[in-house]
Structures are given as structure tokens and as C-alpha cells.
Design a binder for this molecule. Structure first.
Ligand SMILES: [Zn+2]
Length: 325
């Protein structure tokens, strides 16, 4: 269903404005190993520098021939529990935390080789990937960066869940979660102006979370096999079970922002617009991606000038509808 609309992303001509920003890749190869959150399987992930305009491409190296899975909307195969990309029988799941790190650090092109079906969960956040990418360093390439600039509002709804995407001079995110849990309740992200350094400090360390009754149901269904207190914040009916507690009181909404950034990375280029989310999650983020692709008249692809740095902004969204989970 995405083929035609995704082609718009490829074929749209870019508007050049003065001195443009260049694409980036990593300066050298880096690797990490770990288990997948859902499969529990050990995986080695090797990130390689990649040529300009190649984008982010996962490669399953454990098939008879390496299978390339480009990070593009038409590669999305599932958004249940985590975001899964695929081509034919080859899939790669739980891609959002590493993609969020790549997006926030402004890395456009990288080849990610994996010998298994799921990105290592590490500590359940993006921080280990940021660390890995910082260790690799970045390399500026002789090719302009393209950005998807929102010109008209786009909205998606599903009951009390809602995302509005509005035109903006930079990439901004407003996010609210509302869980009927005494420790979470309503959490909203407030006026943060975020660049790569801010992402590292305020978002990257926020971990995946789950409720004990859900986690037990997942285990029964053969999922979350790699899940542990080392990589998931687990809540019972009134508190966090993990001995070390939370990294922030509002770690939950911060992790949702992290997931959103990772899910938006599937567009294949940075977004210039204000994303306002009320009770989001992977499925809602995916609905937004579909709505963007189905409304090509609501955006254009530009090559931003050096002065218009597309930092991430997170601002309050007071008009969000109050809701409970
Ligand atoms: Zn996540």
C-alpha cells in the first residue's frame, strides 16, 4: 500500500536555499552485541559508513544471501509492541531505539548488518547507541541533506488517541501520556529545545516500560523473552519493581518521545514540523506516517540552508484532551 505514496518521497524535487546542510555518515565501523527484547536471541549488530543518499539500511547477514531492508515507509511490516521492518521473509524488529539515536545525531547514511531478527535491546533506551555512534564519530558527505517540511496540518485519531502535525520552523514535539496508574498518571513534555546534545541528556536514557500483568501475558505468548529488569522498567499496580527505580519521574513520557523520533526516522529524512501527540504509541506513530504519505500536498521536500538548523524542539501541548488509559 505504501509503494505509490512512498515514491513521492523519492521523486519530489528539492528546493535549494543558499548554503545547504550536508548529509552525514559515521566515520568508522562500530559494533555491539546483545539480546532482542522479544526474541531473547543474541544478535551482533555492526554499523558501517554508507555512501550519500543510501539512507539507513538494515542488512540480515544470516540469510544465504545478505538481505537489505531499507528504512523506508514501505518496509514497515508490523507495529505490534515494537516497530518491525521487512523484505520478504527477512525482518528486523525493535528498530526504533537505534533509529532514534541516528536521527537525533543527524546521521543520514549507515549500513546496519545484523545476524538475527531483532536489534539488541541493550538497557531498553537509546543511550548505548548514542554512545556507540559517538565512539564512531561522524563524517560529513559532499551531498545536501533533504528535509520533509510540513506546509499544512495533518491529523490522525483513534478514539482518544490523537496526533496533529503542524507547520513549524523547526522539528518540535509535544507529547502527553495518561495512564490510570498512580505512579504515571498524566505526564507531558514541556518546552524543551533539543539538539543532539539535549537528546543525549534528556531523552536517550529513558527506558522501555511495561506493566507486570502485561509482561506476564507476553511471556505466556512467547514474547518479551529477552525482557528483564536490566532493560525494562516494570510496574506492578502501584510502584516500579526494578530495584534502582526510575531515571526521571517522567521517564515514561520521555521514552514515548524517544519511540516517536525513532518511528519518524522511517520517513527516511528529517521532519520539519510540530508533532503534537496525545496518548501515542507505535501504531499511532505509524498512522501518522501513512497520513503524511497520503497527503503529499501537505508537505514539500527542501534542502535547508545552514542557518536553519533543524534542532528538535519539544514544547507543551496544553490543548491535549485529557484521557485515561
Ligand atoms: Zn521504545
Amino acid at each position: 500500500m505504501f509503494q505509490n505514496v512512498a515514491a513521492n518521497l523519492k521523486s519530489a524535487s528539492a528546493f535549494r536555499v543558499g548554503e545547504t546542510l550536508n548529509q552525514k555518515t559515521i566515520a568508522e565501523k562500530v559494533a555491539c552485541t546483545g539480546v532482542g527484547l522479544h526474541t531473547g536471541e543474541a544478535v551482533q549488530m555492526v554499523l558501517h559508513p554508507a555512501r550519500p543518499d543510501s539512507g539507513i539500511v538494515f542488512v540480515r547477514t544470516d540469510f544465504p544471501y545478505p538481505v537489505e531492508i531499507p528504512v523506508r515507509p514501505d518496509s514497515i511490516s508490523s507495529t505490534r509492541l515494537a516497530t518491525t521492518l521487512g523484505k520478504g521473509d527477512a525482518t528486523v524488529s525493535t528498530v526504533e531505539h537505534v533509529l532514534a539515536a541516528l536521527y537525533a545525531l543527524g546521521i543520514d547514511n549507515v549500513r546496519i548488518e545484523m545476524d538475527g531478527p531483532e536489534v539488541p535491546v541493550m538497557d531498553g533506551s537509546s543511550a548505548p547507541f548514542v554512545h556507540l555512534l559517538r565512539a564512531a564519530g561522524t563524517f560529513e558527505q559532499d551531498c545536501s541533506r533533504r528535509v520533509l517540511k510540513i506546509r499544512r496540518p495533518i491529523e490522525v485519531r483513534d478514539g482518544e488517541k490523537r496526533i496533529r502535525l503542524l507547520p513549524s520552523r523547526s522539528f518540535k514535539v509535544s507529547y502527553a501520556v495518561d495512564f490510570a496508574h498512580p505512579l504515571i498518571g498524566r505526564q507531558e513534555i514541556r518546552e524543551w529545545k533539543i539538539d543532539a546534545a539535549h537528546f543525549e541528556e534528556e531523552i536517550a536514557h529513558a527506558r522501555t516500560f511495561g506493566f507486570l500483568h502485561e509482561v506476564e501475558a507476553l511471556w505466556k505468548a512467547g514474547l518479551a523473552r529477552g525482557g528483564s529488569f536490566e532493560n525494562t522498567v516494570v510496574l506492578d499496580s502501584h510502584a516500579v519493581i526494578n530495584r534502582e527505580g526510575l531515571r526521571w519521574e517522567d521517564e515514561f513520557v520521555r521514552h514515548k518521545v524517544l519511540d516517536l523520533i525513532g518511528d519518524l526516522a522511517v520517513l527516511g529524512m528529517p521532519l520539519q514540523g510540530h508533532v503534537c501527540v496525545e496518548r501515542g504509541g507505535h501504531a499511532m506513530h505509524q498512522k501518522l506516517i501513512v497520513a503524511i504519505l497520503e497527503n503529499p500536498s501537505a508537505w514539500q521536500i527542501i534542502e535547508p540552508a545552514t542557518g536553519d538548523f533543524l534542532g528538535l524542539d519539544v514544547i507543551p501541548f496544553g490543548a491535549l484532551v485529557r484521557a485515561t488509559a
